[in-house]
Design a protein around this ligand. Structure first.
Ligand SMILES: NC(=O)c1ccc[n+]([C@@H]2O[C@H](COP(=O)([O-])OP(=O)(O)OC[C@H]3O[C@@H](n4cnc5c(N)ncnc54)[C@H](OP(=O)(O)O)[C@@H]3O)[C@@H](O)[C@H]2O)c1
Length: 305
């Protein structure tokens, strides 16, 4: 049974995957009260307020801010941008959640953590921080639900392949013949919202989330072609070329290091994954690449009639 206690959603303004923003909307649609935490007052904060959320401004790296926003909430979604302070923010959230005594903490992680151990980490600073964050939350004794999605369609494929598909009808990534099974952040948000709405049965669980099909990038390009009614091909660029492009884009070092590792792991076929978390939690199958590209056709340069 869903109860009506206040739910805190962090990272609610949304930027890339915008899981927090979508979760806020889904919970409000269910008639549940939401406190949406944002970093600053802007149009996105105003839109959340207009949708019916209580909007609070704060910094997840500032313990006093986190204590102020968590106090009064029964359940929490914790997620923020891929960034250097992720582990610190997680431990601050754990300390506060213990002090407040929340009923559920839904933690955004990554599916790569499923393959990590003391002997096997990865060079990605973000993946290492998620791995350590999960351990710190386990030690905390908090009622945690862990969400481990694979690569996002919104937060990875849209920004990183959108421009080349738009300009050259080409997906340019250093994935070699590696398979991948990206998941829509919209589906990830549906899982998080379902867990927050009725957290009891999910406490202590780990949900791995993928799309419906693991395939190589040539097959992914065929789904793009079918959705856009024009030929989209896959170009396997070298890891060095990709790293140069990411550096040219001026991204923070932490994010570039993470994306370079994602490229290497794809090339080594470590993203060949299949998990049923989306359907198990929401009762609906995950979105395919074809469905996603159809929905976002304009951002990929439009569909030929
Ligand atoms: N992208 C992928 O392929 C992928 C795959 C699996 C898992 N994940 C995980 O998904 C999470 C990211 O989710 P997402 O894409 O939904 O996030 P997102 O859209 O990038 O939104 C994150 C939000 O966090 C806010 N934020 C950042 N630093 C903050 C701070 N210090 N205090 C308060 N708020 C802060 C940002 O605010 P501003 O917008 O104001 O900066 C932003 O709105 C990460 O844990 C990542 O590891 C991502």
């Amino acid at each position: 049974m869903a109860d009506n206690g206040l739910i805190l959603v962090t990272g609610a303004a949304g930027q890339l995957g915008a899981v927090g923003r979508t979760v806020t909307g889904l919970l409000l649609d269910r008639g549940l009260p939401v406190r949406a935490m944002v970093r600053r007052e802007d149009d996105r904060a105003a839109a959340l307020r207009a949708a019916g959320a209580e909007v609070v401004v704060g910094d997840l790296l500032e313990p006093a801010d986190v204590a102020r926003v968590v106090r009064g909430c029964r359940r929490v979604y914790f997620g923020m941008s891929v960034s250097a302070g992720y582990l610190e923010a997680t431990v601050i959230m754990a300390a506060v959640a213990r002090d407040v005594g929340v009923d559920a903490l839904v933690n955004m992680s990554q599916m790569t953590v499923s393959q990590m151990s003391l002997q096997h980490t990865t060079p990605s600073p973000q993946q290492r921080q998620h791995w350590l964050s999960e351990q710190a939350l386990a030690w905390s004794g908090l009622p945690v639900v862990t969400i481990r999605p694979t690569v996002f369609l919104e937060g990875f494929f849209l920004p990183l392949t959108g421009p080349s598909v738009r300009d050259r009808s080409r997906i340019e990534l250093p994935f070699g013949r590696g398979k991948t099974n990206p998941v829509a952040a919209a589906d990830v948000a549906r899982v998080v919202a379902a867990v927050l709405a009725d957290s009891g049965p999910h406490l202590g669980r780990i949900y791995e989330l993928t799309g419906p099909r693991s395939q190589d990038m040539h097959a992914v390009a065929r789904e793009f072609s079918d959705a856009l009614h024009r030929e989209v091909t896959y170009a396997d660029i070298s890891p060095e070329e990709w790293e140069r492009e990411l550096n040219r884009a001026g991204l923070p070092e932490h994010l570039t290091g993470h994306l370079v590792t994602m490229g290497e792991l794809h090339r080594a076929d470590r993203y060949d994954r299949q998990a049923d978390g989306v359907e198990r939690v929401t009762g609906r199958p995950p979105m395919s690449v074809w469905e996603f590209v159809s929905l976002h056709a304009e951002e990929f340069g439009g569909r030929r009639s």
